[in-house]
Design a protein around this ligand. Structure first.
Ligand SMILES: [Zn+2]
Ligand SMILES: [Zn+2]
Length: 111
């Protein structure tokens, strides 16, 4: 089961869509990365890592954090204030630095 959430800033209305599964990936025989998604259970079973979408809460830079090679600082501004986009509830919005994200109740869905 995968869950999708949309976070909305209560000040500037910036929205971020997040997906509970992130982007699970496996490597082929050439070490190339391939993503697998539901309901692709055969390939999902081969997944060895996950590129999870993250956002820098300081500068707003959005990137994928590879679970096999995790980083702790934003590549752009070097801030340690990075967050999983799926866990943004109550976090400060990096676009306006004034509001906070909350889950948009109208867009909440489970598949
Ligand atoms: Zn904002
Ligand atoms: Zn940053």
């Amino acid at each position: 089961m995968a869950e999708s959430r949309t976070f909305v800033c209560n000040h500037c209305n910036k929205t971020i869509d997040a997906w509970s599964d992130g982007n699970p990936y496996y490597l082929d025989h050439k070490d190339e990365k391939h993503y697998a998604y539901h309901p692709d259970h055969v390939n999902l079973a081969m997944c060895i890592g996950n590129d999870k979408p993250h956002i820098c809460l300081s500068c707003g830079y959005e990137f994928k954090l590879d679970s096999r090679f995790p980083i702790t600082n934003c590549r752009k501004c070097n801030s340690e204030n990075i967050a999983d986009t799926f866990k943004l509830n109550g976090e400060q919005c990096p676009a306006c630095h004034r509001g906070a994200f909350y889950i948009d109740p109208g867009r909440f869905c489970v598949t």
